[in-house]
Ligand binder design. Structure first.
Ligand SMILES: NC(=O)c1ccc[n+]([C@@H]2O[C@H](COP(=O)([O-])OP(=O)(O)OC[C@H]3O[C@@H](n4cnc5c(N)ncnc54)[C@H](O)[C@@H]3O)[C@@H](O)[C@H]2O)c1
Ligand SMILES: O=C(O)C(=O)C[C@]1(C(=O)O)C=C[C@@H](O)C=C1
Length: 367
């Protein structure tokens, strides 16, 4: 379907590229890219993410059936102004993939509110990587994909879902303000904390080189997201400033309480604090994509002996089970360590579990 439809992708990076691939999986539309970084357009064309690219978006925008803003959120906001001055098609659909929705939707209501053209969007999955080279058609599979239709655009939500059905995401309609509060809590503020932890460690590393060598699994897990695009996060923080400031106040109070807990040194209170955090963290839906994880992880107890990883990968290869990642998350000489193996699908994870257990390995689905 959509034989002759034109999609204009403004921002040909990780998320735009992934959305474009998902659209091309289901529709025969022609996807044209526009990006300030022409190398991203060239790479995306080579990878089959876009059919062509343009160095001047205006002419294509006026022909487009679907326009996707997949650039940093401050830039997306500027593009709303630019697009509103063009003679767009009457039935055009415009969406974005930005991590914040409040300011974008305020502007969209102002400029496109009279029409039914604008539906904000935010796929709640991603990566710390950037650029079209890391784009994947399945990036949003099972993830929540928030939609924020402008006042008159409710009737067009199904049309957008149809365009985006190749993402296999779970669409959810939200109010933009509610969206910014929730994502502030689970995504934006954790990013600020991750970056600040890395900067604290950086300060210590300048005093003692061993800090870098010993920055192991736990630190890496909790700070992976600090490796994401600083441009993207600068814009997110500027857009969600009031909510982030209020979360920062909450966090400062929480840290004051933690300080008192540590000063008191009461084992029972410390246990209760960590146990409460563990119980809530463990209750989160770790097997659904979203804020917590992007893959189906299986944990395997292993003796740290030479050949154990190749034994495990051989067992899985014999059953044609593909893995997306494998990592030793704890290993000391001659004691049990834990291997984390990630799979693309739940079925692969379940078959791996069965195969490894039948060979005598002990496995868990979450820890
Ligand atoms: N990375 C994630 O995990 C994630 C997840 C969901 C949503 N988002 C949102 O998706 C959007 C894109 O982020 P990304 O992760 O794909 O980053 P990215 O860096 O991979 O892609 C952004 C692209 O926008 C381009 N760009 C920048 N300024 C531009 C301009 N003036 N005109 C045209 N193109 C321009 C960049 O050159 C780049 O190709 C952001 O709004 C971000 O908030 C990111
Ligand atoms: O997995 C990551 O690297 C992400 O940071 C993805 C993440 C998130 O916080 O979950 C980051 C920002 C986006 O708006 C949506 C998803």
């Amino acid at each position: 379907m959509n034989e002759s439809k034109i999609v204009l992708l403004i921002g040909v990076g990780l998320i735009g590229g992934s959305v474009a691939l998902a659209i091309k999986k289901e529709h025969h539309a022609r996807v044209i890219g526009y990006d300030v970084n022409i190398d991203n357009c060239k790479l995306a064309q080579k990878l089959g993410i876009i059919d062509d690219y343009t160095e001047t978006y205006e002419r294509i925008a006026e022909k487009a059936d679907l326009i996707i803003l997949s650039c940093p959120v401050e830039i997306a906001e500027c593009f709303l102004e630019k697009l509103s001055k063009l003679a767009l098609k009457e039935d055009v659909l415009i969406t974005d993939v930005g991590s914040t929705k409040g300011r974008i939707m305020e502007k969209a209501e102002l400029l496109f509110g009279h029409s039914n053209a604008y539906i904000g969007g935010h796929p709640m999955a991603g990566s710390h990587k950037v650029g079209p080279g890391s784009a994947k058609a399945h990036l949003f599979e099972n993830a929540y994909y928030v939609l924020t239709p402008s006042q008159n655009a409710n009737g067009k939500v199904d049309q957008l879902k149809e365009w985006l059905k190749g993402t296999k995401a779970n669409f959810i309609i939200m109010d933009p303000k509610q969206h910014d509060l929730v994502t502030g809590v689970v995504s934006h503020f954790p990013h600020v904390v991750a970056a600040s932890l890395v900067r604290q460690v950086q300060g210590h590393a300048a005093q003692d080189k061993n800090v870098q060598f010993l920055a192991a699994g736990g630190f890496r897990d909790i700070t992976r997201i600090a490796s994401s695009s600083p441009v993207m996060w600068r814009d997110i923080v500027q857009h969600n400033q009031p909510i982030l400031l209020s979360l920062l106040e909450e966090w400062i109070n929480e840290m004051r309480e933690v300080k008192q807990l540590i000063e008191r040194g009461d084992g029972e209170q410390l246990f209760t604090y960590f146990d409460g955090a563990k119980k809530f963290r463990d209750s989160l839906p770790v097997r659904a994509k979203g804020a917590i994880t992007s893959f189906y992880d299986l944990y395997v107890d292993v003796l740290d002996k030479p050949g154990v990883i190749s034994d495990i990968t051989t067992i899985l290869a014999e059953k044609s089970i593909s893995i997306t990642n494998i990592r030793i998350i704890e290993a000391r000489e001659d004691v049990y360590g834990v291997l984390r193996i990630s799979f693309q699908t739940e079925e692969d994870m379940e078959s791996a579990k069965q195969s490894l257990e039948s060979e005598g390995y002990e496995t868990y689905i979450s820890m």
